[in-house]
Design a protein around this ligand. Sequence first.
Ligand code: 13P
Ligand code: SF4
Length: 338
Amino acid sequence: MNTNPQIFKPEYTPEVQRITEPVYERLRDIIPDIEWAVHAPYIAAINKLKVEMNAVLLVHNYQTPEIFHGVADFVGDSLALARKATEVDAEVIVQCGVHFMAETTKILNPDKTVLIPDLQAGCSLAASITAEDVRGMRDRNPGIPVVSYVNTTAEVKAETDICCTSANAVEVVESLGTDKVIFTPDGYLARYVAANTDVNLIYWEGACEVHERFTGEELRDYRKNYPGIHVIAHPECPPDVLEEADFVGSTSGMIKHVGEVRPRQIIMITECSMSDNVAVEYPDVEFIRPCNLCPYMKTITLPKILDALRNKAYRVEIDPEIAARARGSVERMLEIGR
Ligand code: 13P
Ligand code: SF4
C-alpha cells in the first residue's frame, strides 16, 4: 500500500479557467471566486486524468459541491452507488464517499481497482460493530435472520443474511417473511423501521455521530423561527427528530422530495454539504442550513482525489473468502426492487 502519495499541485491558467467555466457558472452562488481559483485546476486535472486512465468517480451526496458538481461521473445515495458499481465498465473506480462504500464497490467488483482517496474516511456506524458482535447476536437469537445496514465493514456483511440501506430498509426487513429480524448496527434506523412494519426487530445500539446530534427541540425552534418551513430528515436521526419531520428518506429520497414539492423554504436534517449540492439545482427554494458535518466524508478533497488517480492509491482490498460471503448479502439486497 502506498502510504505516502506524491503531492502534485496543478496551476490555475487561462486554459483551466476556460475549461472549468461551465461548472463554475452553476456553482458561483455557493463558491466564491477566490476559492474557485484553488478548486478549478484540480477539477481540470482530475477530469483529464480519469479519461486517460479509464476511471470513474462514484460520488456520495454528502461530498462537497466542487467534488459533487465538478468531477463526479455518478452521484447518489448508498443504494444508488452500490447499484452503479455493478454497471460501470471502467478499470478503475474511485469512491468519493466513505470506506464502507468503497468496500461495497470492491465486493461487487473483485477484479477492478477500487480506490479511496483517504483511508481515514470511516463511519461511526461501521465502527460500532464487529463480526464477532454479529455472531454473538445470532447465538443469543438462534434462527433469526440478520439484516445489516450497508454502513458496516465487509467482515460484518459476511456475517449478514441481507444488507439494506436507508432507502430500502423496511422493504428488506419485510422481504424475509419472518416475524423477527436481527437488525444492525443503527439503533435509530432500527426504531424507524420498527415504526413502519409489523416485524419485530432485535437491534444493535450503534449511531451515526452526525445525525444523532439533531434534537426535536432544535426542529421546533426552526419551525418557530421560519413559519411554514418544510422539514425533511434522514432516518439515522433520533425518533423525536423524525416525529417533527414532514418527510423521512434516504439522501437521494430527500433530494427527489425537494424536486417534487419545491417548497419555498426547506431544512434538510442531515449532513451539511447536501443542502449546498441540492441548492444548485433548485435556486427557487431557500435552504436553511443546520451544519452538522460528517468528518469522515470531509476527509475526501480534490487534491486527494487527484493523488488517488496519479498514485493508484489507496487500493481497497478484501480477503477473498470474506468478500465472497459479503457479496451474497449485498447481492440479495440488490435483487430487491430490481
Ligand atoms: P444514504 O444511503 O441515505 O445516502 O446514507 C448514507 C449515509 O452514510 C448517511 O449518513
Ligand atoms: Fe457514517 Fe454518519 Fe458519516 Fe454517514 S454521516 S458516513 S452514517 S458517520
